[in-house]
Ligand binder design. Structure first.
Ligand code: ADP
Ligand code: MG
Length: 240
């Protein structure tokens, strides 16, 4: 479904990604792990067409992904590392989800208000929270609103950049449960960026290790602990 060939990207002469090849199949949950500054967020943003690439190509369901060209904008949704970045400060939780439904023309116009409310409910946001703006919501609640907004687009592929890093421990555990439920309910493919292996062990079917601007390891989760060979992958395996 998603195919990346020879993707390279540099900033100010420094190569952050060099000749990246990867594929993601429908319904697959892939974890992307690597040190801070290794280019995980850059790769994630290239995949969703938010970042211009220097070489290579990215295709989704057979069509090229290029920044500013929106054919995949509905089918691929992206959640920023800071959940408030996915949200407008002026829109309520309900308004944020409505914006996606109206923007993509999803469902009959007179059903959208109810649909937006039920998406928020399904992610555990009670109706008393629907009229709140991001500043009046906690980090975990903003995360859920951002997820409801992304799911409203009925995507086939969801990219989550460090979805847990801004959350406290209990909210992290709840979010892992929520993502598992969303995945099993929708069959969405996901790329989950993380600097920590623990949540990926619970969520991902496959792990990509990014190191030195390349994919250093691309391995099924169930083989990771016994068979990963790259030193950084081995080091991650020892953290659990
Ligand atoms: P990670 O998400 O793995 O921590 P990033 O993809 O954010 O890494 O960053 C990789 C490298 O690229 C870092 O050195 C970062 O400073 C640099 N970088 C990221 N985005 C930009 C940008 N828009 N302009 C210049 N440098 C950038
Ligand atoms: Mg990052």
């Amino acid at each position: 479904m998603l195919k990346v060939r020879g993707l390279s990207k540099h900033f100010h002469g420094r190569e952050v990604l060099r000749g990246i090849d990867l594929s993601i199949a429908p319904g697959e949950v892939v974890g992307l792990i690597g040190r801070s500054g290794s280019g995980k967020s850059t790769l994630a943003r290239c995949l969703v067409g938010l970042e211009q690439i220097d070489a290579g190509n990215i295709s989704f369901a057979g069509s090229q992904i290029r920044p500013g060209h929106g054919s995949a904008r509905q089918q691929i949704q992206y959640l920023w590392q800071d959940p408030t970045q996915s949200l407008s400060p002026y829109l309520t939780a309900h308004g944020a989800v409505m914006e996606t439904l109206s923007g993509f023309g999803i469902g009959a116009p007179d059903k959208r208000r109810t649909r937006a409310a039920s998406l928020l409910d399904a992610l555990g946001l009670s109706s008393s929270l629907h009229a709140r703006r991001p500043y009046a919501l906690s980090g975990g609640q903003c995360q859920r609103v951002a997820l409801a907004k992304a799911l409203a687009a009925k995507p086939r592929f969801l990219v989550l950049d460090e979805p847990l890093s801004s959350l406290d421990l209990t909210t992290q555990i709840n979010t892992i449960e929520l993502l598992r439920k969303v995945q099993s309910d929708t069959g969405l493919a996901m790329l989950i960026v993380s600097h920590d292996l623990a949540p990926l062990k619970q969520l991902a079917n496959r792990i990509l290790v990014l190191d030195d601007a390349r994919i250093a390891e691309d391995i099924p989760m169930q083989s990771f602990f016994e068979q990963a060979t790259h030193p950084l992958a081995r080091a991650y395996a020892k953290t659990l």
